[in-house]
Design a protein around this ligand. Structure first.
Ligand SMILES: [Zn+2]
Length: 196
């Protein structure tokens, strides 16, 4: 163990998931990542921050950052990439080994407060979580009022009036109608027009 947590990761004494290593720089997945594909990029040679990194290592980091941005865009699928660099505590630096966050960005375009009568099976919708939790979840609407729902907790076997059944596209994630039954369409706060 050295006195620098990022030097420890460079030396391999930490279990960080490595993404890219070109000899001069290392990119790995921070815990927790801000988005899927978010990586932390560091020069292997210790430098406190932008004020004392060598021009050679700075150039190596810049070239690696571009390679990572291209990897995020072309392999992981995104349009935008953000990079964050902080210097000294007053500049919000939290670890004193030069690092750059390379963050894959994706946005979801939504229609807010859609008319429940215009919702269709197959729509991806944003739903207000259970009362009091304040969080939002995104699910796919798979059945609407009057549809049969034998495998679901629907009382008489039909989706009730002004309700729908929702499923997670990632079936392992659950937290959908398999667990909670039909949801009132009044809890749909947005309909997705273009996904990530
Ligand atoms: Zn270091």
């Amino acid at each position: 163990m050295s006195e620098c947590v990022l030097c420890d990761i460079v030396a391999g004494s930490d279990a960080a998931a490595r993404v890219r290593d070109d000899g001069a720089t290392l990119a790995f997945i921070p815990l927790p990542p801000a988005t899927e594909g978010h990586v932390l990029l560091v020069p292997k040679r210790h430098a406190r921050n932008l004020f004392d990194i060598s021009h050679g290592d700075l150039a190596a980091v810049a070239a690696a950052a571009k390679e990572l941005a291209l990897w995020q865009r072309e392999r992981l699928g995104c349009i935008g990439v953000s990079m964050f660099l902080t210097n000294e505590a007053d500049g919000f630096q939290s670890v004193f080994h030069y690092y750059v966050h390379v963050v894959r960005r994706t946005y979801v375009w939504c229609e807010a407060s859609p008319d429940p009568r215009r919702l269709r099976r197959g729509d991806v919708v944003v739903i207000q979580g259970p009362a009091g939790t304040g969080h939002l979840v995104m699910k796919r609407l798979v059945a609407l009022e009057g549809d049969r729902c034998d495998e679901w907790e629907c009382g008489d076997g039909m989706v009730p009036r002004q309700h729908g059944l929702v499923l997670s596209d990632n079936r392992a994630r659950r937290g959908d109608s398999r667990d909670h039954g039909p949801i009132p369409l009044g809890r749909v706060v947005a309909r997705v027009l273009r996904g990530p």
